[in-house]
Ligand binder design. Structure first.
Ligand code: ADP
Ligand code: MG
Length: 654
C-alpha cells in the first residue's frame, strides 16, 4: 500500500547517460529531416496495436470496449502541440521507465564506444542505431506521454514528461482509455508542422503502408486535440459531429497483401523503415506471394548497411511473423537461417495456427518449407544483383559478406550457390576490398593450373605479405587472400568449386605441376649434399620445435617459412581455436628454408652456439611473419642482440 502511494507521487528520474548522448546526436543529425518524428511515432503506435492484437488472441478482454484499433493524429495551433494517439497495448509505469528512460537494446555499449565525439562523423552512425521515439525531440521542446496498459485498471495510467535534457518526470494518473497518447509541445522553429495539409502529406509519404487507419480530424471541422475528452464530456451532438468529421489519411491495408504492380518503390522503402527500425532506404527487396498447397506472402529486405548489433547473438528485429494478417512475433529465428540474420521484413502465413509459439515453430513442417522458400528467394535476389548491378552488390558484400560466409557451415546443400556469391581479396589486385569471385579466379587461371590457391592469416596485411606467396607472385599465379575469422570455417567446408579443389599455399608439399617447369633443374642444383647436411644440422637444433626441415620451392625473397602437413588443420585455425580457449595442441610445423638466400648461406657458415642461435632466429622470424606468437620472446631478443654484437666485433675485426 505504502509503495503504491509513493509510486503515485510525481518522481523525477535521470535518463541513462546513453539516452542523453543519443538525444543530442539525433537532434544534430536529423535537423534537416525533422518530419520523420511523425513516422517514428506512428510506427510505434502501429507496433503497439500489433502487440495488443497478439495478446488479445489469448484474452480478448484486453480490447475493453474498443475493439477497433486505430491511430489518431491531431494538432492545435494555439497551444502549438501535435498529438499522436493510439489504442494499442499501452505501457505500465515500469514499461515507461524502461522504454523511454533507458536504451534497452543489446549492443548499445558497442555502439556508443564506436562514437568519435565529432558530431558530423557520428551523424553517419545514427542510422545504424535507429532513431525511434526520441526523434520527438527534434521538433519538441517538451514531450508528454500519457499511457495505460491494456487490461490495467484506469487508476494505473502513467504520465511521462520530459524536455529532453537530463531528466524526465513520471507520475501515476487516472486514464480511462487504454493505449498511448504522445503530446509534442513544438519548438519555435518547428511550428511549420501545425498545418493539416502538411501533416497529411507526411503521413501519406511515410506511413501509408501502416495497416491500421491513421485518422485526422478533417480540416473544416476543427482540429482540437482535446476532442478526445470533448467527445465524452461535452454532449452527444458535438461528439458525433467530430466523429463523422474524421478522415482516414492512409491506405490502411497491410502492404504485403497488396498487388505488387500497384506498389511504388517509395512505399516499399517506407515500409522497410518501419519493420526494419531503420531510417535509410533498403538496398533491395523481394515481395512474394506463394499459392497452392502452402500459402504465404513474404516481403523481405536487405538493409543498406550492417546494423550495429550484427555480431550480437541477442540482436532482435529480424523477420516478423504474421498469421492471417495478425502479428505473432518479432524476429522468429526459425524463419531465416542465421547467416541471413540481417534480412528484415514480414512473412504472413495462412497455414499456421494463431496460437503458434516459438517452441512449435522449431519443429514445424510449414515453417521449414517457408524458410527454404524464402532462403531461395534471397539467394536468387543476390545472384541477380551480383549479375546486374555489381556496384550495389559490392556494397552488399562489404556490409554482409562476412555473415554470408557462415552459410557454408549451415547449408551444405547450397554450398555451390553460396560460393558463387562470395567475393575475396586476391593477389590480382592486392586490395583489402573483397571483389574477386571464384568464377573470376577460374577464368583467369592458366590452362595448367589445377587448384584454386589461397592463403589465410588473421589480418589482411599478414596474408598479403606472406612469404608463402613469393613463388606464386613470381610465376604470376593468383592467390586468394583470406583474413576474415570465418574464413577458416569456410575453407574447411568449401573444399572445391566447379570441380577445382581449394588449396592452401601453406599446407603440404607445393606441387605446381606443369606450372613449375624450371623446378626440376633448380632442385637438382639444390639437392646437393651440402644442403642436405645443413638441413640435418638445423633439424637437430630445432628438434623440439619442428616436425621436419626441408628445402623450399616456395620462397624467392624470404629465407624461411613454416608449413603445415597436408592433412593437418592449418596453423591459423589452431591459433584461433587456442585463443578461444579450446584444448588443441599446436602441431609442429615443417620449416622450409630457401637455400639460395644470403641469410641461409650465412647460417651455413656459422658454427657452434652461433649456429644454434641463428637457427632459432630463422625459425622465430618464420613464425612471426605468418602472424604467430613466439614461445620465448625474450630468448629471441637475446639471440638477436648476440647477433648484433657478433656483427659489431666482425666489423672491428675487418
Ligand atoms: P523501437 O520502436 O525501435 O523499439 P522506439 O524508440 O521507437 O524504439 O521505442 C522504444 C520503446 O518504447 C518501444 O520498443 C516500445 O516498447 C515503447 N513504446 C514507444 N511508443 C509506444 C506506444 N505508442 N505504445 C506502446 N509502447 C510504446
Ligand atoms: Mg519505434
Amino acid at each position: 500500500m505504502k509503495l503504491m502511494a509513493v509510486e503515485a507521487q510525481k518522481e523525477t528520474l535521470g535518463f541513462q547517460a546513453e539516452v542523453q548522448q543519443l538525444l543530442d546526436l539525433m537532434i544534430h543529425s536529423l535537423y534537416s529531416n525533422k518530419e520523420i518524428f511523425l513516422r517514428e511515432l506512428i510506427s510505434n503506435a502501429s507496433d503497439a496495436a500489433d502487440m495488443l492484437r497478439f495478446e488479445a488472441l489469448k484474452d480478448d478482454g484486453l480490447y475493453e470496449d474498443e475493439p477497433e484499433l486505430k491511430i489518431r493524429v491531431e494538432y492545435n495551433k494555439d497551444n502549438k502541440t501535435i498529438t499522436v494517439l493510439d489504442n494499442g497495448i499501452g505501457m505500465s509505469r515500469e514499461d515507461v521507465v524502461e522504454n523511454l528512460g533507458t536504451i534497452a537494446k543489446s549492443g548499445t555499449q558497442e555502439f556508443f564506444n564506436s562514437l568519435t565525439g565529432d558530431q558530423n562523423k557520428d551523424s553517419q552512425l545514427i542510422g545504424q542505431f535507429g532513431v525511434g521515439f526520441y526523434s520527438s525531440f527534434i521538433v519538441a521542446e517538451k514531450v508528454e506521454v500519457t499511457t495505460r496498459k491494456a487490461g490495467a485498471p484506469r487508476t494505473e495510467g502513467v504520465r511521462w514528461t520530459s524536455e529532453g535534457a537530463g531528466d524526465y518526470t513520471i507520475e501515476t494518473v487516472d486514464r480511462p482509455k487504454r493505449g498511448t497518447k504522445v503530446v509534442l509541445h513544438l519548438r519555435e522553429d518547428a511550428t511549420e508542422f501545425l498545418d493539416g495539409f502538411r501533416l497529411r502529406h507526411i503521413i501519406k509519404k511515410y506511413s501509408d503502408h501502416i495497416s491500421l487507419p491513421i485518422i485526422m480530424p478533417s480540416e473544416n471541422t476543427g482540429n482540437d486535440e482535446s476532442s478526445d475528452e470533448a467527445r465524452k464530456g461535452n454532449g452527444k451532438e458535438k461528439a458525433s459531429k467530430l466523429v463523422t468529421a474524421d478522415e482516414t489519411v492512409n491506405s490502411a491495408t497491410a502492404l504485403w497483401t497488396r498487388n505488387k504492380k500497384d506498389i511504388k518503390e517509395e512505399e516499399y522503402n517506407e515500409f522497410y523503415k518501419h519493420v526494419g527500425h531503420d531510417f535509410e532506404d533498403p538496398l533491395a527487396y523481394v515481395h512474394t506471394k506463394v499459392e497452392g498447397k502452402l500459402e504465404y506472402s513474404s516481403l523481405l529486405f536487405i538493409p543498406s548497411r550492417a546494423p550495429f548489433d550484427l555480431w550480437d547473438r541477442q540482436q532482435r528485429h529480424g523477420v516478423k511473423l504474421y498469421v492471417k494478417r495478425v502479428f505473432i512475433m518479432d524476429d522468429a529465428e526459425q524463419l531465416v537461417p542465421a547467416y541471413l540474420r540481417f534480412i528484415r521484413g514480414v512473412v504472413d502465413s495462412d497455414d499456421l495456427p494463431l496460437n503458434v509459439s516459438r517452441e512449435i515453430l522449431q519443429r514445424n513442417k510449414t515453417i521449414d518449407s517457408i524458410r527454404s522458400g524464402m532462403t531461395r528467394k534471397i539467394l536468387d535476389l543476390l545472384a541477380k544483383m551480383a549479375k546486374d548491378d555489381s556496384e550495389k552488390y559490392a556494397k552488399f558484400w562489404k556490409a554482409f559478406g562476412r555473415v554470408m560466409k557462415e552459410g557454408v557451415i549451415e547449408e551444405a546443400d547450397k554450398i555451390e550457390d553460396l560460393a558463387s556469391l562470395f567475393r575475396f581479396s586476391s593477389t590480382q589486385e592486392d586490395k583489402e576490398e573483397q571483389t574477386v569471385s571464384l568464377m573470376d579466379y577460374i577464368e583467369r587461371m592458366p590452362e595448367d593450373q589445377e587448384a584454386i590457391y589461397y592463403v589465410i592469416a588473421d589480418n589482411f596485411s599478414t596474408a598479403k605479405n606472406s612469404p608463402h606467396l613469393e613463388i606464386f607472385r613470381k610465376k604470376g599465379i593468383e592467390v586468394l587472400l583470406l583474413s576474415d575469422p570465418v574464413d577458416e570455417w569456410l575453407t574447411t567446408h568449401l573444399t572445391e568449386y566447379e570441380g577445382k579443389p581449394l588449396q592452401s599455399v601453406t599446407k603440404g608439399e607445393l606441387n605446381l605441376g606443369k606450372l613449375d617447369e624450371d623446378k626440376e633443374e633448380a632442385s637438382e642444383k639444390e639437392d646437393s649434399k651440402q644442403s642436405d647436411e645443413l638441413v640435418d644440422k638445423i633439424k637437430k637444433v630445432l628438434e623440439s620445435k619442428v616436425k621436419d626441415v626441408r628445402v623450399t620451392n616456395r620462397l624467392t625473397q624470404s629465407p624461411a617459412c613454416l608449413v603445415a602437413d597436408e592433412h593437418e588443420m592449418g596453423r591459423n585455425l589452431e591459433r584461433i581455436l587456442q585463443a578461444s580457449g579450446q584444448d588443441v595442441p599446436m602441431s609442429k610445423p615443417i620449416l622450409e628454408i630457401n637455400i639460395d638466400h644470403p641469410v641461409v648461406k650465412k647460417l651455413a657458415e656459422a658454427e657452434g652456439e652461433q649456429f644454434d642461435d641463428w637457427s632459432h632466429i630463422l625459425f622465430d622470424q618464420a613464425l612471426l611473419s605468418e602472424g604467430g606468437e613466439l614461445e620465448d620472446p625474450a630468448g629471441f631478443v637475446h639471440r638477436l642482440n648476440n647477433m648484433f654484437m657478433a656483427l659489431d666485433s666482425s666489423a672491428k675485426d675487418d
